[in-house]
Design a protein around this ligand. Sequence first.
Ligand SMILES: Cc1cc2nc3c(=O)[nH]c(=O)nc-3n(C[C@H](O)[C@H](O)[C@H](O)COP(=O)(O)O)c2cc1C
Length: 420
Amino acid sequence: MDMSFPPDTNLLNHRLRLPNGNVLRNRLAKSSMSETLATYDNHPTRKLVDLYRRWAASGIGLMFTGNVMIDRRALGEPGNVVIEDQADLPILRQWAEAATSQGAALWVQLNHPGKQSPKGLNAGNLSASAIPFREDMSAYFETPREATAGEILDIIQRFGRSAAICKQAGFSGVQIHGAHGYLVSQFLSPHHNHRTDEWGGSPEKRRRFLMAVYAEIRKQVGPDFPVGIKLNSADFQRGGFTEEESMATIVELADAGIDLIEISGGTYEAPAMNGSLQQPQKTSTVAREAYFLEFAEKVRAKVTVPLMVTGGFRTAEGMNAALRSGALDLVGVARLLAIDPDAPAALLRGRDSTQRVRPITTGIKPVDRMGLMEVLWYTRQLKRIAEGGNPRPNESGLMAFLKSLLNTGWGTYRTKRMRA
Ligand SMILES: Cc1cc2nc3c(=O)[nH]c(=O)nc-3n(C[C@H](O)[C@H](O)[C@H](O)COP(=O)(O)O)c2cc1C
């Protein structure tokens, strides 16, 4: 369906002023997609600069980088960018400028993977507590050890330091990755956090790690630099972070002065973020496209902090309907921008992309059950754009999977060799 709206009725074109005075040129945001386009010793490359230059040229208002690690010893994937010192400031500056020189804001998503890191990539993984993975995933992910009090304080400092370097490099803001089952989300979750010290044991204590990370970042970047968070509406995992705890976390973050909250959901063990837990017959959600809108409506009733919702948005009509409902301020889009980097130009004119996000499968059932397979397919499309080409939206899931498997194995080997 090709819906056209006159520019003034297309709400995507409206500017957004953040409470700290920063202005976004429109309501369309690119959500994080891990690019794995760094070197195997985790330095940013020209490919990242070129990828974000292409996206910025599409007219999009705000972009989040793929997750950037705050500790070289704790990678989530081979080829992630790590920011822990000023060594890469020149290329970081080029990366930021590729977006900002074209009027788009670019925020860095800062992350620590905790236990969600493939076996063998790091020397060992830590988490809030030593909880094993779901049985069918334990071949790929090891049981982490419990972080010591000293390690927790070190990680909090590192989030602050990485954020300060991002500010120095000219990025427009930072986002704490508090969603999708990574370390911040592990601390928030009663399933992953069984601690009985000041970092666990009650919802307030489970939130303490996140609040300390936010406070440290704020201390190091000052009051005017935008700091946001991507947070789960819920983990969709038995015994996990619930909507009730998510709401209480949002209220506390809003009181503490956070600039933007992006709502998502799920973990590696329950990948709700890409809609794979969505029941196809839930027509209300299909009609409204986005997966986490109902929760956003409840949040909107409680706080005034700007809200972004990501997951499922596909059409100009769906995005406008969500904005019109008032439940959110920014529409987050990820996969569509990997198969059509120019989609924002169409959407901002009230038209739909000519590409359609479709389920990516290999035909191998155990592989298709893991959300990670889809991520590998999309990462290949990002690489093509970064190298100056175009994505191949019709690429076979199976071929992409086999090639990515080889690359990931090779990447893990190279990462370990470079460390040795
Ligand atoms: C290749 C790929 C990599 C992703 N990497 C990240 C990431 O680094 N950080 C993050 O918060 N979400 C990540 N996501 C999730 C997306 O930001 C988004 O929440 C999800 O794809 C749903 O939005 P969509 O329906 O518009 O694709 C990734 C998704 C894909 C497809």
